[in-house]
Design a protein around this ligand. Sequence first.
Ligand SMILES: Cc1cc2nc3c(=O)[nH]c(=O)nc-3n(C[C@H](O)[C@H](O)[C@H](O)COP(=O)(O)O)c2cc1C
Length: 166
Amino acid sequence: MSKVLYLIVCGAAPAAYANRFVSLARDDDWDVWVITTPAARDFTDLTALEKASGHPVRDSYKRPGENDLGMPRADAVVVAPASMNTIGKWANGICDTLATGILGESLGFGVPLVALPFVSDAQAKNAAYVRNARFLQDGGVVFPVGIKRPSRVRDFPWKAALDALL
Ligand SMILES: Cc1cc2nc3c(=O)[nH]c(=O)nc-3n(C[C@H](O)[C@H](O)[C@H](O)COP(=O)(O)O)c2cc1C
């Protein structure tokens, strides 16, 4: 049976191409479930993501009357693109969205965690961002291309996140 991978998508430009990661991961036999942050909704093509993953894309916690999220437990979690905002929330235990709630529960539980940040040069120099990213690295989160902005949008290294799970 396929292992379950959560892709958490934040509000930054590469989010528009997140379906590329879903396709790559499915080629590697991952069952991919996409969770966006609320901000990422404006950056993503939800129809393309649902088509690529074969699952609904969630961005919020249970609604009244729902018993569960209908998502299997994750064997691995990838955050890509990871925004400065979500990295900051994750490192500081803030769980105000489904995405940060999942991340908050996953740290330290042995589930492989991978982050591909997409931050501006100015954000990458912000001491709080650097501290937060380093805190996550110390906690076991793998940043396969480092904590700075890795590339231009179209060359965003989706595959590096997948390779980090091998
Ligand atoms: C056009 C646009 C581009 C943005 N690009 C980035 C970016 O590259 N990196 C980043 O961390 N935030 C970027 N932001 C800001 C985030 O979208 C914003 O901080 C948002 O609150 C992030 O929320 P999230 O972490 O919940 O997805 C951008 C915002 C806009 C409107």
